[in-house]
Design a binder for this molecule. Structure first.
Ligand SMILES: [Zn+2]
Ligand SMILES: [Zn+2]
Length: 341
């Protein structure tokens, strides 16, 4: 089969290698769609995310859907030919955190496309069936792949505990930010401020009811005006920048909640301490997601969240390497690039 392997920063190569053979407790999937995420870009550009280094050559890709080709008999929820979305985080199920219901902070977590586990940018992949979620008949493989970032957005949304008619600021309108804008509308937010430097992304946020705002010197005044001087009840940072963290702390109300979802390349949290302290803020640094796939599927099935408009670019596996500089540079009005092996 063909696989795209990262040999070092900016060094992706299409290689030919044997098709993986499933273990007795694994399913075999034909990969149908992989969407590129900025955490893939971290590996592509820097060879690392935070303190996790890519031990080259690694197959990237953790947002994906595949077709079931082979399945262990015990996995009665899967059938040959099913299109499935795959939860990329493989939790152990028996550590203390897993037993307490928090697989997102599993002590033995493996993650698709993060060393040592190869990801999905290849034609075939083996996976444990309990992490595969069969999709309704009208789902596309692209939508299946995007259930992963939707899950991240949904988990963050849950943590915000926003009540009806309260206000939220979403800092950064990449894919997860845009999904949060959609969730804010569904959840009855009075105002969803969509802070984003790129005009085409602001326009997209506005399409889903976000109030587009440019992160300039006037941002705090604008947010204050919209919220009648109070600040937003909830601020969610999805930009993955230190500026975004600071904006979240500045836009939120006294006693409000800040969720840090983005992964900054500097690997630091950097906010003005006296602002956060005087506001008595609740700051939550979010680790991925848990238990979100069934609800994410329902949101899409019921038309409460749209995923297809996020796909702006599509490449076959042979041209997959072309997607990386586009996503990395925010070129060509990209939101999500999908690879269809
Ligand atoms: Zn991702
Ligand atoms: Zn565990």
């Amino acid at each position: 089969m063909k696989a795209l392997r990262l040999f070092g920063p900016h060094d992706l190569r299409l290689v030919e290698e044997p098709r993986p053979v499933p273990l007795a407790n694994e399913a075999l999937l034909r990969v149908r769609a992989v969407t590129i995420c900025h955490s893939d870009i971290h590996y592509y550009r820097d060879g690392r995310i935070g303190d996790t280094k890519s031990t080259a050559p690694l197959v990237l890709g953790h947002e994906f859907a595949g077709e079931v080709l082979q399945v262990p008999q015990a996995a009665t929820h899967l059938h040959i030919g099913d299109l499935v979305a795959v939860e990329p985080a493989v939790s152990c199920g028996h550590c203390r955190e897993c037993r307490e219901g928090n697989p997102n902070i599993c002590a033995n977590l493996l993650f698709s496309g993060t060393p040592p586990l190869d990801g999905a940018l290849r034609e075939y992949i083996t996976y444990r069936p309990e992490f595969c979620f069969p999709l309704p008949a009208d789902f596309t493989p692209e939508e299946g792949a995007l259930l992963e970032p939707l899950g991240v957005a949904l988990y963050a949304w849950d943590l915000g505990h926003l009540r009806l008619a309260e206000s939220v600021a979403i800092i950064g309108c990449g894919p997860i930010g845009l999904l949060l804008v959609q969730l804010a509308r569904q959840a009855g937010a009075a105002h969803a401020l969509a802070v984003e430097p790129l005009a085409y992304r602001r326009n997209m946020a506005a399409m889903w009811g976000g109030i587009p705002l440019i992160p300039d010197d006037n941002l705090e005044n604008e947010a204050s005006r919209i919220t009648e001087g109070h600040g937003v009840d909830l601020a969610i940072e999805t930009a993955g920048t230190l500026e975004g963290q600071e904006e979240a702390v500045r836009l939120v109300k006294r006693g409000g909640t800040v969720l840090l979802v983005g992964i900054p390349p500097e690997d630091r949290i950097d906010v003005t301490h006296h602002i956060a302290r005087r506001k008595d803020l609740n700051i939550h640094v979010v680790r991925r997601m848990k238990h979100t796939y069934p609800r994410a599927i329902t949101l899409v099935q019921r038309g409460m969240v749209e995923l297809s408009p996020l796909i702006t670019h599509s490449f076959p596996l042979a041209q997959a390497a072309e997607a990386f500089p586009i996503v990395s540079d925010y070129a060509d009005e990209v939101i999500k690039a999908v690879i269809t092996p």
